[in-house]
Design a protein around this ligand. Structure first.
Ligand code: NAP
Length: 302
């Protein structure tokens, strides 16, 4: 294998250690710790497992965490009132509403009701605007793109002047990471191209990339011959391609594949993220970092 593996599982541990140490120091100096509330509506099993993991991680790094579970029957007005309550709660620095919400609730209205200074997911239009402006304006970069950028930086990949090609233009991955990589500053300053289903020649664009970020949700979309030798390849795709029995638990688990043909690509790339264990573990980690930042902004120490 030629490529260096960029392991999200390892980087996550480093960052969580750093957050834990910061939380201890803030507690000693200021007598407070970050507070995170996760609002879960209904009992979607996938949502329950995401929320459980977020709460567990928040607990591990020393935050106070509230898991506020609401019935599927909650009205939009009741949910908005709940958000208003947490917006006003001084002990809460981050508010996270687990999606999807039931069909009778307007998700956009709910997300827009969160105080932008507690919007640790970074999806509020105010934070999307701040990200676009860049520099010191940025408060909460959305978690998956922030994780991607952190991985590139910690892997020691040069971004300044690099050709970055992003496959996919979603609001949660493609557009924000492209925007982050083109900003002037550390871990960015790149020349960025975004490609999508309307792009005429995907392969030619990908072949130019010093850093290729793929977030399409199509297993094996990126062929090894599209990868420039020595490039950094960040595979965001998480695609269920089958099931297998876990050796550890004996239970059926999903077989996951990325958007890149990993086995062949690792022989050409300079560095590459695996799936699973690559970008995946970074998202919750960056949510914790954003919650810590929210408290630091409030205390005027960031
Ligand atoms: P999405 O909203 O479905 O967007 C996919 C994007 O890829 C769209 O812009 C689409 O183009 C483009 N695309 C799809 N097929 C393509 C093709 N054949 N050629 C060129 N472009 C193509 O997906 P998403 O939410 O960004 O997620 C993308 C992948 O990342 C998924 O596998 C998802 O599970 C994964 N993901 C992982 C994490 C994590 O690990 N933490 C977080 C978020 C997402 P159009 O705009 O033209 O349709």
């Amino acid at each position: 294998m030629a490529a260096k593996l960029i392991k999200g599982t390892e980087i996550r541990e480093q960052i969580l250690e750093e957050i834990t140490s910061d939380v201890k120091q803030i507690k000693e100096k200021h007598g407070v710790v970050p507070g995170l509330v996760t609002i879960l509506v209904g009992a979607n099993p996938a949502s329950i497992s995401y929320v459980t993991l977020k709460i567990k991680t928040a607990h591990r790094v020393g935050f106070t965490e509230i898991q506020d579970s609401q019935p599927e029957t909650i009205t939009e007005a009741q949910l908005l009132a709940l958000i208003d309550k947490y917006n006003k709660d001084e002990s809460i620095n981050g508010i996270l509403v687990q999606l999807p919400l039931p069909k009778h609730i307007d998700e956009k209205k709910v997300l827009n009701a969160i105080d932008p200074d507690k919007d640790v997911d970074g999806f509020h239009p105010v934070n999307v605007g701040r990200l676009m402006i860049g520099g010191k304006e940025v408060k909460f970069p959305p978690c998956t793109p922030a994780g991607i950028q952190e991985m590139i930086v910690r892997a020691g990949v040069e971004t300044s002047g690099a050709e970055v090609v992003v496959v996919g233009r979603s609001n949660i991955v493609g557009k924000p990471i492209a925007n982050m990589m083109l900003q002037k500053g550390k871990g960015a300053n790149s020349t960025v191209t975004i490609v999508h289903t309307g792009t005429k020649d995907l392969a030619t664009h990908c072949k130019r990339a010093d850093i290729l970020i793929v977030a399409a949700g199509v297993p094996g979309l990126v062929k090894p011959e599209w990868i420039k030798p020595g490039a950094c390849v960040i595979d965001v795709g998480v695609n269920r391609v089958g099931e297998k029995v876990s050796e550890k638990t004996g239970q059926k688990i999903a077989i996951l594949r990325g958007d890149v043909d990993f086995d062949a690509a690792k022989e050409i790339a300079g560095s590459i993220t695996p799936v699973p264990g690559g970008v995946g573990p970074m998202t919750i980690t960056m949510l914790m970092l954003n919650t810590l930042k929210a408290l630091k902004y409030k205390l005027g120490i960031e």
